[in-house]
Design a protein around this ligand. Structure first.
Ligand code: NAP
Length: 268
């Protein structure tokens, strides 16, 4: 299926590994020009070089990189000032910025909460604010927020994530149904269940430490809870993200799409 987005410009945050990289790669392979952002320069440049080397012959879309902490105002400013990039005129924006640390709420300070809210609620909102009206003026836009299955089924040790992401989800639910919907712009949230990334490994390690079991035992126990009996891959995540960004998904708006191998037990 031709997704119909070749030549568009996408901003992918948190793109040097894991789910963000999966999204950047899937979009790039569709001929989308991609600006990839992360804080660590070395990993970012290495994966960008790898993506360029994967190029189908004859492809002429661009992959640009920007070393930036997207949770800061200066970092976000850098995203819109990438040499050769589209400025603020992105057609596709994938928001993502790592997840807050696991732990016990009794030990979290106000600063811990502010950092989580900054990264997982206010940063996506700032990125949307900077780009959405331009998308509407040009008649096409796709915003995908990488959130978490924790929005639907909270995870006890990820209280910072449960809280901050629910705030974003509420905001997006209203905005997606506002005037921008009639002007070709969709905003959806993509909710990962358990995907094989460094982030998942860190979360499982925290659980292993908490219960005093080896990491391998925790991993196997968690796999067995998933009807698919495996963790998802960043490639699968990226493919769904690219479809949501496609011309075919223009009627998909304001949704929370769970990708979890069937783990969530609800009918709806
Ligand atoms: P990951 O493998 O740790 O990758 C995170 C990526 O984001 C890296 O490229 C990282 O690079 C970048 N990043 C982190 N903080 C950043 C910042 N402030 N500014 C710019 N880039 C930043 O994580 P992941 O598994 O892909 O997870 C992505 C998101 O999905 C996270 O919010 C996570 O909580 C959520 N999630 C993941 C799962 C899962 O199973 N994997 C499940 C539920 C929710 P640098 O460190 O170099 O910046």
């Amino acid at each position: 299926m031709d997704l119909g987005i070749a030549g568009k410009w996408a901003l992918v945050c948190g793109a040097s590994k894991g789910l963000g990289l999966g999204c950047a790669r899937a979009l790039a392979l569709e001929g989308v020009n991609v600006v990839m952002a992360a804080r660590g320069a070395e990993a970012l440049e290495a994966v960008a070089a790898r993506l360029r080397a994967e190029w189908p012959p004859g492809a002429h879309n661009r992959i640009l990189t920007v070393v930036a902490d997207v949770t800061t105002e200066a970092g976000r400013g850098a995203l819109f000032a990438v040499p050769g990039g589209p400025g603020r005129d992105f057609d596709i924006v994938i928001t993502n910025a790592g997840g807050p640390p696991p732990g016990d709420f009794r030990t979290w300070s106000r600063d811990d909460w502010c950092r989580a809210i900054e990264a997982n609620m206010l940063t996506p909102i700032e990125l949307i604010k900077a780009t959405v009206d331009g998308m509407a003026a040009r008649g096409f836009g796709r915003i995908v927020n990488i959130t978490s299955s924790a929005v639907k089924a909270p995870i006890d040790i990820l209280g910072l994530s449960n809280g901050a992401r629910s705030g974003l989800t509420g905001f997006v639910a209203g905005l997606a149904r506002s005037g921008i919907a009639a002007r070709g712009v969709t905003i959806n949230n993509l909710l990962p269940g358990k995907f094989a990334t460094d982030r998942l490994r860190a979360t499982l390690q925290a659980t292993a430490d908490k219960v005093g079991q080896p990491l391998s035992a925790i991993e196997e126990a968690q796999r067995q809870q998933i009807p698919a009996r495996r963790f998802g891959t960043p490639e699968e995540f990226g493919a769904v993200c690219a479809f949501i960004c496609s011309v075919h998904a223009g009627y998909l708006n304001g949704q929370n799409l769970l990708l979890d191998g069937g783990l969530y037990p609800g009918t709806f």
